[in-house]
Structures are given as C-alpha cells and as structure tokens.
Design a protein around this ligand. Structure first.
Ligand code: GLU
Length: 443
C-alpha cells in the first residue's frame, strides 16, 4: 500500500531536444533524493507543445536516463492526460478562480479563440526554497495570465501543477531557471486549493566563460553525444553529481549506490557549476582503470580488428593514452597502433638521432642491443628486464644515440611508447627481427 508521506520526485523533460546534461543532472539529484529516502522517482514527458515535441527526442531522453542507470518507477506523458487537465480547468472556471476570455488567435490572424485566464489578485507570494532560502515575489505584474489555450489545451504552468498534485510529488528539484515560474505555479495551486510541494532550485551548469551551457558552448550538451564518444555512464554520473554538490571532504569517486547514501540536497551550492571536460575525462580514466582487463578488452576489441594475443598485451598502453574508449577508434584510424601489429615502414635515415650522422654507428648500436636482448630468457623479457641490459650501454654511448634508433626500428614513428615497453609487447622474437631489418636497411 502507498504511504501518504512517501517522498516522490520527478524529472519533467520536454521532448524538444536531446537529453541535456542539465536535465540529466536534475534527474540524478531527484533520483538520489528519492532513493535515499526510500521514495519514488518518476519521469514525466512534458509534450504539451505539439509543434516542438518530437518522438525521436522522447526516445533519446528515455534511453539516456536508462543508460545513466536512473531507473524511473513510473513514466507519464502529458499528451495522454488531457482529460485530467480539462477536469481541473473546469473546476477553476466553476470556482471562478479562472475565466474564459475571447481573443484573437496568435497563430491565425483574424480568428477568435477563447483562452482560459487565471484571476490574479496580485498578492505577494513567498516560498521556502531548500537551497536558496526564502524567495518572495510580487505577482501583480503577472496579470491574469493564460493557463490554457482552450479547455482542451492546457499550457505548461497548469499541466505542471495538476500533474505534480495528481502524482503526489513531494519535492520539486529543478534548475534555477524555473524560479521565476514558481509564483505562477503557486497561484494556480492556491486557485485549485491543493498543497504546495517543497521546492529546491539547483544552480545551472555553466560553460567555462560562465555562460549558460547551450548548443553553442565548446563542449557537447547532450548525453547521447557523450555516450557516442565512448564515455562510461557511471563516470558521467559521478562527475555530474559533483557539479554543484560535494560531500564536504576530498572524496570524489562514488558509485550510484554510494551517492544515494552520501548525497545531501541541502548542501547543494547556490553558485553555478562550471563544466570542466578535463575533469570529466579524469573521471572516465579512473573508471577505465577500475575495469578488469577482460572488460577493457571487450570495449576496445570492436575498434581494433587485430589478433587477440597482441591486443591483450597492448591494453596497458592503450589505457595510458585514452580518455574514453572512443579514443581507441581514433588511434586505430590514425594508424597510431599499427606498429604493434605489422612491421613498420621507414627510411634508414630516420634511424639517425638528432646529432648523429653516421649510419654505421647506428647499425653498431642496434647490433649490440640485439645481442644483449638475445641473452634475456623468455620469461624475463619484460620492460624492466630489457631496460636492465640496455641502460648502461645507452648511458655510455648517449641515450638518444642508442634508444632513438632502437625505438624507431620497433615503431617506425617519431612518437611512440619507450623502446622497452615496445619490445615487451612485441616479444623477443619480433623485437629482434625488427632490429635486424633496421640493420639490413643500413647495410
Ligand atoms: N518541462 C520543463 C522543462 O523541460 C520542466 C518543468 C519542471 O521541472 O517543473 O524545462
């Protein structure tokens, strides 16, 4: 049975665009607050604007919330609730808290329509915001505002108030851009004689120049874009939780369950939270590091159609160099990983370190490197073991002069991991074979 005092929150996105990061963060805060109080979190698609609402955006929003793990207890669509709004509009007309008024249609010139207006006495409205404290409004200047375009066509404010009431929403946690909507909604509640929910208006997410994070901002604003880029949903959730809230200590890594325990609505800051892509990337890297090698393997495999055996060895190198799994695709496309899987192509001259001019000296170094590597047993052929046998010689002859051609012979690239790491991944046989090809190229 339903507990009358049960906490219930909602996210009420309009399907006029993809799931915005600001909406996703509001959803997260609503979800956390409901769940930590044993309450319910619902999703309500606010599709009363028929022209701008699109099915594809509705789908994107629902899928995005699911991907983030913000499971809703119920899903509603305003377009399916017209009869409910009509009942309340009638009630307001009957009680004369609203009235019909004939006006010229904005959409069709010359056409007369009958809109519904709230009878506004112009009183002072005051409400206690859980984050911002007391907020006061003089509602005189709002006038008798329109609450429905006709008895069958409620406008946003009316639909929100009716739904929050009918759905027993106890707490409205939403962006502070809705503060100015609150007095209108309170006036409608009062006209309908229904209880006022609690309000918590959270600061907006800002771009680095502190402007509102919009489509024009330097970073993506929609959740589906981050998903496409290969971000891990739990990393994004973790990062979003800290946009405007923190636990009061240095801790940064939280799973969704941990956030349910730790989150505190009343500790949300008043100031805007600046979106920082570097920080999000840091979170994503942390979450990749937490994954098992098998999980990482599964995530990169589809973008790297190479032999599993080498792929497994390259995992630590890839992990060191990516922010998201999407970056793996880019690395593969740009051929950055090719040298692990096929012999490099280059000119003999490329093997010359900056100050070096004599290729015969290079060949000599490579021969000595190769001979030293031959002596390492297979089970010691790792980064440390390889470095141990080469390092002294490299210091003696000049590190660049020895290590540059060694690295170039293995990768054929100006930039790549260090030669010890490369040799470890390539294995003894392949490493020596590539060193020999380099010597052959010189001779
Ligand atoms: N539908 C509104 C929006 O998309 C939200 C309404 C509310 O949270 O009260 O911004």
């Amino acid at each position: 049975m339903r507990n009358k005092n049960q906490i219930k929150t909602r996210i009420a996105p309009s399907p006029t665009g993809e799931l915005h990061i600001g909406t996703a963060r509001s959803a997260l805060f609503n979800y956390l607050f409901a769940k930590q109080n044993g309450g319910e979190f619902i999703v309500r698609i606010e599709d009363t604007d028929k022209e701008r609402s699109k099915k594809k955006f509705e789908k994107d929003i629902i899928e995005g919330l699911e991907w983030l793990g913000l499971k809703s207890d119920e899903l509603f669509k305003q377009s399916e609730r017209t009869a409910i709004y009509k009942k309340h509009i009638k009630k307001m007309l009957d009680s004369e808290t609203a009235y019909l008024s004939k006006e010229e249609s904005k959409a069709e010139k010359g056409k007369q329509i009958e809109v519904v207006r709230l009878k506004n006495k112009g009183k002072k409205v005051e409400f206690d915001d859980m984050i911002r404290g007391k907020i006061e409004f003089d509602t005189t200047e709002l006038g008798d505002f329109v609450i429905a375009r006709s008895i069958d066509e409620p406008l946003y404010h009316l639909a929100v108030v009716v739904d929050d009431h009918e759905m027993n929403i106890t707490h409205i946690i939403r962006g502070e851009d809705h503060i100015s909507n609150t007095p209108r909604q309170i006036l409608i509640q009062e006209a309908l004689g229904i209880n006022r929910p609690k309000y918590a208006h959270i600061p907006l997410i800002l771009a680095s120049d502190r402007s509102k994070m919009s489509k024009r901002a330097e970073n993506a604003t929609s959740i589906s874009e981050y998903r496409k880029k290969g971000y891990i949903s739990s990393a994004l959730v973790n990062y979003m939780a800290l946009l405007g809230w923190n636990p009061g200590n240095d801790r940064e890594l939280f799973s969704l369950d941990e956030l349910i325990k730790e989150f505190d609505l009343e500790k949300i800051h008043k100031g805007g939270a600046v979106f920082d892509i570097e920080k999000l990337n840091w979170f994503n890297r942390e979450y990749i590091k937490k994954m098992s090698n098998e999980e990482i393997f599964e995530n990169i495999k589809e973008n790297l159609p190479y032999e599993d055996e080498i792929l497994e060895k390259v995992i630590p190198i890839i992990v060191e160099r990516i922010n998201t799994f999407g970056d793996v695709k880019k690395m593969a496309e740009e051929g950055e990983l090719d040298y692990y899987f096929k012999k490099p192509e280059y000119e003999a001259e490329d093997l010359l370190w900056k100050t070096e001019t004599d290729l015969n000296v290079v060949a000599e170094h490579l021969q000595i490197v190769s001979d030293s590597l031959e002596k390492i047993s297979d089970n010691k052929f790792n980064r440390e073991g390889i470095k141990n046998v080469i390092w002294k010689y490299a210091e003696e002859k000049g590190k660049g002069s020895v290590l540059w051609p060694m690295r170039y012979a293995l990768s054929g690239r100006n930039k790549s991991p260090d030669p010890f790491q490369l040799a470890e991944v390539l294995g003894k046989e392949e490493t020596i074979s590539r060193l020999k090809s380099a010597i052959d190229k010189i001779e």
